[in-house]
Design a protein around this ligand. Structure first.
Ligand code: SAM
Ligand code: DTB
Ligand code: SF4
Length: 339
């Protein structure tokens, strides 16, 4: 089982953890990062940090290719959890309107539209703490049919119980998104209805079912720089780091507890992308929520820092995202091609 890494005395704990992994799995014993080492990356002069990130990026990826995923909220709002950033938590009074699980046909229409506009992956998100078996059955059908359309499939449905990841794998799921959200030390300030270990257990189940892992977090929730580094250390020190690492800038939504926290300096966000790239050289780092408020220049810096995936389409789950036309224009301006 994956364990939350004690980020103060990091490396030994990580080695113990990897020794517990299944022997059949390819275990990455290189590129181990302490929190202090990651903080030291943040403290580099900006140009040195960007050069280092860009060098790592070029050694592992086409620097001008950006993977594009489209999100669809297949079940919206009314969630029992208390995630302090989330407009879909039932306990917060936000403008989100609850919506039951969508019908298969509507989901397929949205997937076709995403494919037509150039997305290669379709990610279905549900505001559940954890899917019940009766919730999962229709989602399995959606996964199978979206996959049959020639799109990569991704789902984010909350915590998975024993056996559920295998069902998703059998249906054709390529990626499962489940974020650690922040460092273990800050986690309790944001969420109390599920533990950090619950999240690690779900990621373990996804990994064991041989589904690609998509896991990252949110920056700008009032965490400190060492806590930002602590999140990256958790991800980078997994025995197999996630294939996909979404880095979200908090989208502040009125009615949520985190509405009104001090806005993050955009260059600190860029530094986080660069540190993610350096510490997880072969992972896709996704510039996720928050692009709408960033402007082109900050997004360009994020691509330079090694971000090579975005959410594409006018909506994330409940909040806005840049228009497809604006993203196409930005890609053209930067010489980026979608992958
Ligand atoms: N309910 C499932 C869960 O929490 O695992 C899946 C959907 S949940 C909305 C997926 C992720 O979206 C969260 O883990 C969080 O990282 C991100 N997210 C939610 N609200 C956000 C916000 N306001 N700003 C940035 N990211 C957000
Ligand atoms: C992730 O890391 N970011 C996406 C996706 N995984 C599911 C969600 C962002 C949600 C932003 C707030 C909203 O639109 O509700
Ligand atoms: Fe529910 Fe997911 Fe929002 Fe948390 S992030 S309140 S689990 S929908």
């Amino acid at each position: 089982m994956l364990q939350a890494v004690d980020t103060k005395s990091c490396n030994e704990a990580v080695i113990d953890m990897s020794a517990m992994k299944k022997s059949a799995r390819v275990v990455n014993t290189e590129n181990r990062w302490s929190v202090d080492e990651i903080v030291a990356l943040y403290e580099l002069p900006f140009s040195d940090l960007m050069h280092r990130a860009q060098t790592v990026h070029r050694a592992n990826f086409d620097p001008n290719a950006v993977q594009v995923s489209t999100l669809l909220s297949i079940k919206t709002g009314g969630c029992s959890e208390d995630c302090g950033y989330c407009p879909q938590a039932a306990r917060y009074h936000t403008s989100v309107e609850d919506q039951d699980l969508m019908q298969l046909q509507e989901v397929l229409e949205a997937a076709q539209a995403a494919k037509d506009s150039g997305a290669t992956r379709f990610c279905m998100g549900a505001a559940w703490r954890s899917p019940k078996q009766r919730d999962l059955e229709p989602v399995l059908k959606m996964v199978a049919e979206v996959k049959a359309m020639g799109l990569q499939t991704c789902a984010t449905l909350g915590m998975l119980k024993e056996g559920q990841a295998e069902q998703l794998k059998d249906a054709g799921l390529d990626y499962y998104n489940h974020n650690l959200d922040t460092a273990p030390e800050f986690y309790g300030d944001v969420i109390t209805t599920r533990t950090y270990q619950d999240r690690l257990d779900t990621l373990d189940r996804v990994r064991d079912a041989e589904i690609n892992v998509c896991s990252g977090g949110i920056i700008g929730m009032g965490e400190s720089r060492p806590q930002r580094a602590g999140l990256l250390a958790q991800l980078a020190n997994m025995s197999q780091p996630p294939e996909s690492v979404p880095i979200n800038l908090l989208t502040q939504v009125e009615g949520t507890p985190l509405h009104g926290v001090d806005a993050l300096d955009p260059l600190e966000f860029v530094r986080t992308i660069a540190a993610a790239r350096i510490t997880m050289p072969t992972s896709h780092v996704r510039l996720s929520a928050g692009r709408q408020s960033m402007g082109e220049a900050v997004q360009a810096l994020c691509f330079l820092a090694g971000a090579n995936s975005i959410f594409y389409g006018e909506k994330l789950l409940t909040t806005g995202n840049p228009e497809v036309a604006a993203d196409k224009a930005l890609f053209a301006k930067l010489g980026i091609h979608p992958a």
